[in-house]
Design a protein around this ligand. Structure first.
Ligand SMILES: [Zn+2]
Length: 88
């Protein structure tokens, strides 16, 4: 029973790494203002088999006004909506 549990644990870690590598090619889904990033969990089927899953934060590439002009940043939509950044 313990061995079965342990092997399932290793399998989930390996597949999580695979998930990170396969999805990591895109832009890093992290907000430059609040540092909200991706978070991890499992897809759970009706039979309770678990598959690693990654939720990316809703991050947009925007030009933001700074004191020295403007700068391109990755900002999450909640920061954009709440007016924490001013778009250039
Ligand atoms: Zn944010």
């Amino acid at each position: 029973m313990h061995i079965l549990y342990f092997s399932a644990k290793i399998l989930s870690v390996v597949s999580l790494l695979w998930l990170l590598i396969s999805l990591g090619g895109a832009i890093m889904a992290k907000c430059a203002i609040c540092e909200k990033g991706a978070h991890f969990g499992n897809n759970v089927s009706h039979s309770h088999r678990k598959t690693p899953k990654m939720w990316k934060s809703n991050v947009k590439s925007v030009r933001v006004k700074t004191e020295g002009g403007s700068k391109k940043m990755y900002v999450c939509t909640s920061c954009l909506k709440s007016g924490r950044v001013e778009r250039a």
